[in-house]
Design a protein around this ligand. Structure first.
Ligand SMILES: [Zn+2]
Length: 588
């Protein structure tokens, strides 16, 4: 009963062209604006005033539970135009107090150019704005730490003060931080190369990373193109899913909605693949908790309605349930991922019904816990692949690594994600096995026995500690150690496996990465069956039943339905979940 229904994989994943025709055609005004800078500035002024008005009445930011974190971390009313479009550096080059500095980042081993991020600081500790380079914090608030960093894709010349400067650079998650101090006093021009040393190469062992949740707003199409291509390359992202979403009125600024499937494919190159998705959602009120948000990746056609209910769309009723859209997406061969930790009511019945493929955490903020997002489902025997992304703008390095065979394709990567061959991270890179079993695998034992745990984490920033988790308990841990400019931790010890359940590796750290985000890292689980038995924790099941009963009370209180039939259809989603768990409880 709790087994996942995989029958939908009999359906062909072949996609048709409906995506293009279904995409809202609001891109024409952006295309026209790319013709000249004055038009861009005029358009930006209009867009920014719309953003400001929307910010004041609170409607624009109320995308989801991320309201709070979005206000703190992402684009807000102090985001300026300066970060959004190229500034001419010609004036600065004629200034006698400035130096023309040509910068290049190379792979220390191969000597080839390597895209990355660069930050230049004066001896007084001031960040030097690098006009002409794309700002890594584009779209984010002025004080966001990412605003100090600039994208350098290949050798480029910038204008800097004629003084002593510190230059720092890195590429993605797999190189050390390179640092160099140069003295440009009395220099008109200079040239410097920063070799970046790799301490890890996940791709060579078959681990490829992706961001499953991304939207952009209030940029022109050209800026959005530049944003997607340059930041993905500098961050070492390999797959980026840009998803369509709807909200009455505010959607006029959702530039990411204007991309067709073909346009996203055309943006691909330089080691980055772009694909598409849809965020299907329901809130009570504009941003309050409702049925929840779910991502459909690699969809054949838009699942309608894209957004449900008057909270988001200012019309209609709070019907249908998300499960109806999830079923349709599954029939079309899409990958279905629950978003935003445990935000929304329907994650519980939908996981119990086996209609979801993976679960995102920290996509749109750092709040939430592994316990309420993943562990409680795994504690009743469900297999829940770990996944993540960033939601509005790429405000962090959050990504999911998937073990996948060559050649890398979107379909193969999503297949690996659905099988739980994953780890999530915004810094440390993880490797974990139980005996010869890897994340996503099921270890079937006849009786309790000892198996070797093999864990390893490496990272540029200090992730402090790794922990092996067995059915929610820390059973082994090891501190990180500095190793020549990066950090590593290992555990290679036998573990006594005496109960069915799940085992995974995570880091535990209070440190932050260069984007100012607290470090996280967690593998999907290796599942354990002993004598044919899977884990089923009755106390957790009872809490999930209580959770579904509470959800039904809230829905009865808040929802607007056209008739009893609509109400019944929504409430039945929860009733079926409760019945299913009650049956399991009786079997105990
Ligand atoms: Zn979203």
């Amino acid at each position: 009963m709790l087994l996942r229904n995989r029958s939908r994989h009999f359906f062909d994943r072949k996609k048709n062209e409906d995506w293009q025709t279904n995409t809202m055609n609001i891109g024409s005004k952006y295309k026209a604006s790319s013709v000249n800078g004055a038009a861009i500035r005029r358009l930006l002024a209009v867009l920014l005033s719309v953003v400001m008005i929307a910010l004041k009445n609170g409607s624009l930011l109320a995308h989801e539970n991320t309201l709070f974190s979005y206000t703190r971390s992402l684009r807000s009313d102090d985001a300026d135009e300066g970060a959004l479009h190229k500034v001419s550096v010609s004036d600065q080059f004629t200034d006698s107090s400035r130096c023309r500095l040509t910068l290049n980042l190379i792979d220390a081993a191969t000597k080839e150019s390597l895209p990355g991020l660069v930050r230049i600081t004066t001896s007084e500790g001031h960040i030097v704005p690098l006009e002409g380079l794309f700002n890594r914090g584009t779209g984010l608030r002025q004080q966001h730490p990412s605003r100090d960093w600039y994208v350098l894709l290949k050798s480029n010349t910038v204008s800097v003060p004629r003084s002593r400067l510190k230059i720092e650079a890195f590429s993605g998650l797999e190189t050390k931080l390179a640092k160099k101090t140069i003295d440009l006093t009395d220099k008109i021009s200079a040239r410097t190369i920063l070799p970046l040393v790799r301490f890890h190469r996940a791709a060579t062992s078959g681990w490829r990373n992706g961001n499953t949740h991304l939207h952009l707003m209030s940029l022109t199409k050209d800026q959005a193109d530049q944003y997607l291509k340059s930041i993905s390359q500098a961050d070492g992202l390999e797959l980026v899913f840009v998803s369509y979403l709807r909200r009455a009125k505010a959607e006029r600024n959702y530039i990411s909605n204007t991309y067709t499937k073909q346009q996203l494919q055309q943006l691909s190159g330089h080691g980055v693949m772009f694909s598409h998705g849809e965020e299907h959602r329901h809130n009570f009120g504009s941003g309050g908790e409702g049925y929840g948000h779910v991502m459909f990746l690699n969809i054949e056609k838009l699942i309608r309605p894209v957004s449900i209910g008057p909270g988001i769309m200012s019309k209609g009723t709070d019907w249908p349930a998300l499960s109806r859209g999830i079923d349709k997406a599954n029939l079309d061969g899409a990958t279905t991922i629950w978003c935003h930790n445990t935000f929304g009511f329907e994650d519980v019945p939908d996981w119990i019904a086996g209609i979801l493929d993976a679960h995102n955490i920290f996509d749109g903020g750092s709040r939430g816990s592994y316990e309420d997002t993943f562990y409680r489902f795994m504690d009743i025997g469900l297999r829940v692949p770990f996944s993540t992304g960033t939601d509005w703008f790429i405000y962090d390095f959050s990504r999911v690594y998937v073990e996948v065979e060559e050649p890398l394709t979107v379909e193969r990567w999503l297949d690996g994600l659905e099988k739980g061959r994953t780890f999530i991270t915004n810094g440390p890179l993880l490797k974990f096995s139980v005996g010869e079993y890897n994340p996503g695998d099921v270890v079937r034992l006849a009786r309790p026995c000892e198996l070797n745990i093999s864990s390893r984490a490496v990272g540029r920033c200090d992730f402090q500690k790794i922990e092996v988790i067995y059915n929610g308990r820390v059973v082994q841990s090891a501190p990180s150690q500095p190793v020549g400019g990066h950090f590593e931790a290992w555990i290679t010890t036998p573990l006594w496996i005496n109960e069915p359940g799940w085992i995974a590796l995570r880091i535990s750290s209070e440190q932050k990465n260069e984007m100012g985000a607290k470090l996280f890292g967690h593998t999907s689980a290796v599942y354990v069956e002993i004598a044919g038995k899977t884990i089923f924790n009755p106390e957790v099941a009872k809490k999930l039943i209580a959770n579904m009963n509470e959800a039904m009370s809230t829905i009865r209180e808040k929802a607007n339905f056209a008739d009893d039939k609509q109400a019944d259809e929504i409430l039945n989603v929860y009733r079926e979940g409760i019945t299913s768990l009650n049956k399991r409880l009786k079997q105990q």
